[in-house]
Design a protein around this ligand. Structure first.
Ligand SMILES: Cc1cc2nc3c(=O)[nH]c(=O)nc-3n(C[C@H](O)[C@H](O)[C@H](O)COP(=O)(O)O)c2cc1C
Length: 406
């Protein structure tokens, strides 16, 4: 009932003029329905305050509504968090070239990707355990995706099962797959995603080991009992390996023996009818191997800086990957996108679409589905404004000329 009401609110909102995009209120009924939630430091916002004018403004509101240890998991990155910082700085360092007095008649942000028509190029990136941010978890996120006509990539580590998410949204869903040590279990996840109507598989290839997540360690983060990896229920849990002093902590753990390789991607491509994308490509050599393995798309990503610190910003790696791919498959990108101008820059440098991770989690923690919807709406609005001011009325008109060259 709560979800239906919210969907109506969001649908109504979506048809409102751009001028009203920063005025966003939540039906009080939503709060009543949420009143038996796990206690959090503050309840979700009932009204989006005018102080939230851009997606970065959500961060402080989110932090005030999440337990500190969960916040450390959600909001931090690997080691010294240099890649996470650079993800942002690299966008800021790029300047746009304006173009005035161009007809914008018939303009739109639609695109076709892997056979599906999307209203705009902003996708929700796969993020584990949305229930750490909000009790409704991925159900709230998927509802917002539906209302804002955004594609959503659901993590293997979602805290609501892939079947339940798929049954409760009409948003186009892709399933992010972590290849499991046991092929049969991997195949089971793939079949479940196929049966539930997911339209693509996104295999994350840049995290065969967990990054050095010092902020989480310092905060003593562990999953609270009400949050679990719902898709993996009943599957054997990987045992934690603690090496004795003087022993090899990673190579000596047996973990390295089961790590996936490009052969597993080729196997997967042959084992499913869904298009397979790989996520976590920065190195053009990986792009070459991925295409050889038969992938349908490549996602340039450094995992938001959460795995290997001191990797380059995603946007710095994009041109090399795009050159290598040479138009054979679509290239998407995530990492540090906080502004519509960032999306224009990504498309100008060869991406077909982008994904956002943390801003969605910030919106979710601050105000549930409404917060996520607002984040998506702000980004789309900023994208369209930037397109107009750069003289581009369609995504395919956003080329290298919109990047300012001194
Ligand atoms: C809390 C958190 C959990 C994540 N979990 C996953 C995951 O399960 N699978 C995955 O492929 N990427 C995961 N990512 C990485 C995102 O998909 C994405 O690459 C990254 O968040 C993009 O950067 P941004 O947060 O700056 O937008 C996670 C990111 C965050 C912040």
């Amino acid at each position: 009932m709560c979800l239906i009401i919210l969907a109506n609110v969001l649908n109504r909102f979506e048809t409102e003029a751009i001028a009203s995009c920063y005025a966003f209120s939540v039906l009080p009924l939503y709060l009543i329905a949420m009143s038996n939630t796990t206690p959090l430091p503050l309840p979700p916002l009932s009204v989006i305050p005018p102080q939230i004018a851009c997606v970065a403004d959500y961060e402080a509101y989110a932090q005030a509504r999440v337990m500190p240890a969960s916040w450390a998991y959600l909001n931090s990155a690997a080691a010294d968090q240099l890649t996470r910082r650079d993800n942002r700085l690299a966008w800021d360092a790029i300047r746009l070239q304006s173009r005035n007095m161009v007809s914008m008649s018939g303009g739109h942000t639609e695109l076709t990707l892997l056979g599906t028509r999307y209203k705009h190029p902003v996708f929700i990136a796969p993020v584990a355990y949305h229930r750490l941010a909000h009790r409704d978890g991925e159900l709230a996120t998927a509802l917002a995706a539906q209302a804002m006509q955004a594609g959503m990539v659901l993590s293997t580590l979602s805290s609501v099962s892939l079947e339940e998410v798929a049954a409760n949204t009409t948003a186009p869903l892709w399933f992010q797959l972590y290849i499991q040590a046991d092929k049969a279990q991997t195949m089971m996840l793939v079949k479940r995603a196929e049966q539930a109507g997911f339209r693509a598989l996104v295999v994350t290839i840049d995290a065969p080991v967990t990054g050095v997540r010092n902020a989480e360690q310092r905060a003593g983060f562990t999953l609270p009992p009400h949050v679990t990896a719902a898709n993996l229920a009943g599957m054997p849990v990987a045992r934690q390996h603690i090496a004795a002093a003087g022993n090899s902590p990673v190579f000596g753990s047996g973990l390295a023996d089961g790590m996936p390789t490009w052969d597993d991607i080729a196997w997967l491509v042959s084992a499913t009818h869904l298009p397979v994308l790989v996520k976590g490509v920065l190195n053009p050599q990986d792009a070459r191997d991925a295409i050889r393995a038969g992938v349908a798309g490549i996602i340039v990503s450094n995992h938001g800086g959460r795995v290997l610190d001191t990797l380059p910003a995603s946007i710095q790696a994009l041109p090399g990957v795009v050159r290598e791919v040479d138009g054979r498959v679509p290239v998407l990108l995530d990492g540090g996108i906080r502004r519509g101008t960032d999306i224009v820059k990504a498309l100008a440098l060869g991406a077909s679409a982008v994904m956002v991770g943390l801003p969605v989690i910030h919106g979710l923690a601050a105000a549930g589905a409404t917060g996520v919807a607002h984040v998506l709406h702000i980004l789309r609005t900023e994208l369209e404004i930037a397109m107009v001011l750069c003289g581009c009325k369609r995504l395919d008109e956003i080329g290298k000329e919109v990047i300012w060259q001194p």
